[in-house]
Design a protein around this ligand. Structure first.
Ligand code: ZN
Length: 292
């Protein structure tokens, strides 16, 4: 990071101009790419984990009276450890002991402040088979949002729309890594809260029992099974943090630029647009507390 900061100092004066020029040249092509919205800097090494349920809200009951809230927390804990070992910073919306779980709106607010490379919502169930990966059911906009233009009102319930292509890419990456680890995964779209409110590449992961031919299925409560899933997710997220999909639209479209130049422009945009970024973040309706 120190090296990038030095590059930034040298190129700061010209970087913004270069970025704007490139964006103008490539706007048509950019609208079909799966890149971060312009003006929304992404922290490539930050992952948000949202272990669903908590406190008095236990979620589903798995196996011998095990509450889903405890499984999601166990998986989040394993995933946090694995990601931390691999150089990620992890923000969790819930940890052990919390008696009053945050609403899904509050969880989304926490996530949206981080500019995370990935937001992972965790659920578990006693039914179905394998690992279910869900992304938002919102449609991608015809044109990628440009958040560099100062105040851009973003509806709370459609905050994810500018990220749905990236979320789909992330889900495929996670699914592929699970498949390579011989863990069957299925992809789907569903308005699982708070997916639609998240401003990050976001995937909800539901852990179902692992079926095995001629043997009893391994339940989601099984620690070994959880760890296998976590290991596969970590492999995928390690690759994901270097994905071109995490570069801003204009940045990723610059075929002739070096990586250092691209990063300097991204950093310059992040610095120069800090004020706009804060005003751009949507806020939830005050009285709304959605179902978990
Ligand atoms: Zn659940």
């Amino acid at each position: 990071m120190r090296k990038h900061a030095a590059v930034l100092l040298v190129t700061l004066a010209s970087a913004s101009t270069a970025a704007i020029t490139v964006r103008a040249q490539t706007q048509a092509a950019a609208s079909i790419k799966a890149n971060a919205p312009a003006g929304w800097p992404i922290n490539h090494t930050l992952v948000v984990l949202d272990p669903a349920h908590g406190g008095t809200e236990g979620g589903a009951v798995l196996g011998d009276h095990v509450a889903e809230k405890d499984i999601t927390l166990a998986v989040a804990s394993k995933l946090r450890a694995a990601l931390s070992t691999n150089g990620f910073n992890v923000v969790s919306t819930r940890d052990a002991g919390g008696s009053d779980p945050l609403s899904t709106d509050q969880r989304a607010e926490i996530a949206n402040r981080t500019h995370a490379a990935a937001c992972i919502v965790l659920h578990a169930t006693a039914t179905g088979s394998g690992v279910h990966l869900y992304t938002s059911d919102l449609q991608a906009p015809n044109q990628d949002p440009d958040l560099t233009a100062g105040f851009v009102p973003i509806p709370w319930d459609a905050a994810q729309s500018g990220f749905v292509r990236q979320s789909a890419d992330l889900a495929v990456s996670l699914s592929t890594a699970l498949g390579k680890a011989h863990l069957p995964a299925t992809l789907g779209q569903a308005p699982i809260r708070p997916l639609n409110n998240l401003m990050c590449p976001a995937v909800a992961i539901e852990l179902s029992p692992l079926a095995a031919p001629g043997a009893a299925a391994t339940p989601a409560t099984d620690g070994n099974y959880q760890q296998q899933v976590v290991n596969a997710l970590t492999v995928a997220l390690r690759a994901w943090r270097d994905s071109p999909a995490l570069l801003p639209v204009a940045d990723a479209s610059t075929g002739g630029q070096t990586s250092a130049q691209s990063k300097a422009i991204a950093a310059a945009e992040a610095t120069g647009r800090a004020a706009a970024k804060v005003r751009t973040s949507p806020t939830p309706p005050p009285a709304q507390k959605g179902p978990q």
